[in-house]
Write a protein that binds this ligand. Sequence first.
Ligand code: HEM
Length: 485
Amino acid sequence: MASSKQEQSSTNKELPLKQIPGSYGLPFIGPIFDRHDYFYNQGRDKFFSTRIQKYNSTIFRTNMPPGPFISSNPRVIALLDAASFPILFDNKKVEKLNVLDGTFMPSTKFTGGYRVCAYLDTTEPNHALIKGFYLNTLLLRKDTFIPLFKTILSDGFNEIEDGLSSKSGKADFNSMVSVASFNFMFKLFCDDKNPSETILGDQGPKMFDTWLLFQLAPLATLGPPKIFNYLEDILLRTVPFPACLTRSSYKKLYEAFSTSATTMLNEAEKAGLKRSEALHNIIFTAGFNAYGGLKNQFPILFKWLGSSGEELHKELANEIRTVVKQEGGVTIQSLEKMPLVKSVVYEAMRIEPAVPYQYAKAREDLIVKSHDAAFEIKKGEMIFGYQPFATKDPRVFDDPEVFVAKRFVGEGEKLLKYVLWSNGKETEEPSVGNKQCPGKNLVVLLCRLLLVEFFLRYDTFENETKNNAFGAAVSITSLTKASSV
Ligand code: HEM
């Protein structure tokens, strides 16, 4: 039903060619006004929705943060619908060189002087070499995913129970999943070594947090009281934080991965990579791509699950326990037989994608189509997609702002091509020739596994949620242990 909506709209229709509306304003002042609207006056969703109304178009010109002085050119063409967004995945038409964080790139001093995989364009030979190495590495370790994450989750759930029985009566879900994500990636990449037995002790997640924060701070707001908005803006967006601020913790991360990721480093050398380049890439992927992504993704999932209430929890527990009993355990195959679990995970990824921004530059003059019009983008112009507006496009999804747990069950699976969290369609696969996340299937598996292990152990839960600088902050306020198994 909903899948036909979009198909009727733009793909087969002759669309009028129009000038891209919007303006960049005066040099220097325009980008500053835009970023104040974006962070402080309007907030990001309102920033985009008011401009869609003003220009009567889901494609328009605007500046994106950080702007002066961190990015030399903040001018972008924003794509805010499901029809135009996929041009960002067409690597023949767009270049993704140094655009991971948008219109600026943190110093390579954060990564040992290397431009790591996520900053490489598909035309650079190193991209295929490193991406191929990751895809292979993950394939070699696929049998570890379930047993490793199960053990880590079991510790995490114990910790949540301890938190609930403490004085505060609340458990910090984010801190549990941060530690779980870190331990999972470290053990996966480091021959099952326990990070706390290395030089890192139990400080690994904190070290990655500060290293990430110093790279991404220009894109964030801590939501200070209004009178401090200008001060925060100047502090975060005038000059980049230097990498030397995290040098000593990065050195420890380097040492821990260098002595522990031996098998993976040998595999990298065999694939033709220099050991030192491979090591900085491994740290970046473990810490930025994987840890950074997962520690945001899991709270988003629980935020929406919590807000959906006990009835959905009951249905999930029922599906999970029935399949696990029938299949005799939790396996990749049994997870495939849980349509509701699968749909809930995809719906969380649709309604709140963990990495909401994607950028790319036009390799050539090209035409991009919204549902209603076609626009010409010139070679070299920066294209920016704000993903929540593509995955909540009312021309594709019914009730796009509502968390519909069963949206992707049965016929609904046809809508999976509009789920884009991995920097590609959910129906497509990461490869050396594209920029889709190589962790795509692993991430989906871990989210399903989190639900399965949770509802094998508990019937339901209650939570409190706040928004934080990069996503959702979830506290668990009550847990009901499983009444049946
Ligand atoms: C919830 C967790 C994750 C999310 C939300 C996520 C999301 C993404 C996105 C959006 C991109 C594309 C960025 C861009 O170019 O604009 C990406 C790329 C990448 N991700 Fe993930 N990711 C996650 C987990 C992982 C994991 C577990 C791994 C590795 C094991 C991983 C490795 C990578 C790498 C290496 C790239 C660069 C791909 C390339 O250059 O072709 N990610 N990820």
